[in-house]
Design a protein around this ligand. Structure first.
Ligand code: UDP
Length: 326
């Protein structure tokens, strides 16, 4: 299938593009390159357009005549979303609205949306099922939930067909070692650990050791970005077969604390990694672990990589690219 991948020059988008190519699909990347990297898109058509540019979107759909859309382009920093909410509502909500409208106008009815565990907020039960209450704690999570609601309404009323994939903690890098995670500034634990190991940071801080967890540090569900990419392919195939519009959690169903991740990373790099305990980061829930039973049962998704593979693949990328794509 020919698939328009918005945000295909970003971290998760570029890994999905790679997997689409491997499976014989034809991706076309749409990215404004504000955060994405041209180097992450090697031999794929790249349309440099902003989601706020309705005419640009219409031209893109007219030129490429795609069968489906995978939508990753978004502002995605939780802390920043609480400082500049307008940018988040405009880029994420208005941008998604424009993209969906352009897709529907062009007769494209298959839409895969990159959502997040942040739609749940502080969970009442762990592992978190898809049916758990949606109570996002920050603007970022609220924008993603608004887009999910919009897709549900468009599906019911206009016949759009969609899958919303709620990621837990994406990490790791492609096996070829040439694409990986590179955000500026970086806020995610795994790349920060390896930046510290590479001497690109003065210190590694653990945000809070007084949570209600066995070692006092936050527990998260880390899932390999290539496993996430596989799930997108399964979701696409399911939509093509007439599968239902719905949301799925994407996690490994096992949680690791911040200290466990640092210890596992030490084993991967072969030396001790020092850290300092710092205050809690506002808005961090103690424990987020997915129930991914639904996508396993309905689409047959099975994550292939464990935490060691995740960290080893991330380290391979960071060792070869200590300054990211620069
Ligand atoms: N974290 C940390 N130090 C850092 C970055 C993150 O202790 O420099 C913690 C953070 O508080 C959270 C976990 O690592 O408990 C994962 O954070 P990340 O930002 O990678 O993902 P999030 O769970 O916020 O989506």
């Amino acid at each position: 299938m020919k698939v328009l991948v918005s945000g295909g020059a970003g971290y998760i988008g570029s890994h999905v593009v790679r997997q689409l190519q491997r499976c014989g699909h034809e991706p076309v990347v749409l990215d404004n390159l504000s955060k994405g990297h041209r180097q992450a898109v090697r031999d794929v058509a790249l349309v440099e357009t902003d989601l706020r540019d309705k005419d640009g979107l219409a031209r893109c759909f007219a030129e490429y005549r795609v069968d489906a859309v995978m939508h990753f382009a978004a502002r995605s920093r939780v802390g920043e979303s609480m400082q500049i909410p307008y940018d988040y509502y405009e880029n994420n909500v208005v941008g998604s609205l424009n993209l969906v409208k352009a897709a529907m106008d062009a007769g494209v009815d298959k839409f895969i949306f990159s959502s997040t565990a942040a739609v749940y907020g502080e969970p009442e039960e762990v592992p978190i099922p898809e049916t758990a209450p949606k109570a996002p704690l920050n603007v970022y999570g609220k924008t993603k939930l608004m887009i999910e609601n919009m897709l549900e309404d468009f599906s019911n009323i206009y016949g759009l067909r969609y899958k919303a994939l709620r990621y837990f903690n994406a990490a790791g890098a492609d096996a070829e070692g040439d694409i990986g995670e590179d955000h500026t500034p970086e806020t995610h634990l795994v790349p920060i650990i390896f930046q510290y190991v590479n001497g690109r940071r003065d210190r590694l801080c653990v945000f809070g050791d007084d949570y209600d967890t066995p070692d006092g540090t936050c527990i998260r569900d880390y899932v390999h970005v290539t496993d996430l990419a596989d799930a997108h392919l399964l979701a696409l195939e399911d939509l093509a077969r007439g599968g239902e519009s719905c949301a799925y959690n994407l996690g490994s169903e096992s949680g690791y604390s911040v200290l466990e991740i640092i210890r596992a990373a030490s084993e991967v790099v072969g030396r001790k990694i020092d850290y300092a305990i710092a205050p809690r980061r506002p808005g961090d829930p103690a424990k987020l672990v997915a129930s991914s039973t639904k996508i396993k049962e309905v689409l047959g998704w099975q994550p292939r990589f464990g935490i060691r593979d995740i960290l080893a693949s991330a380290w391979r990328f960071h060792k070869a690219h200590p300054d990211g794509y620069r």
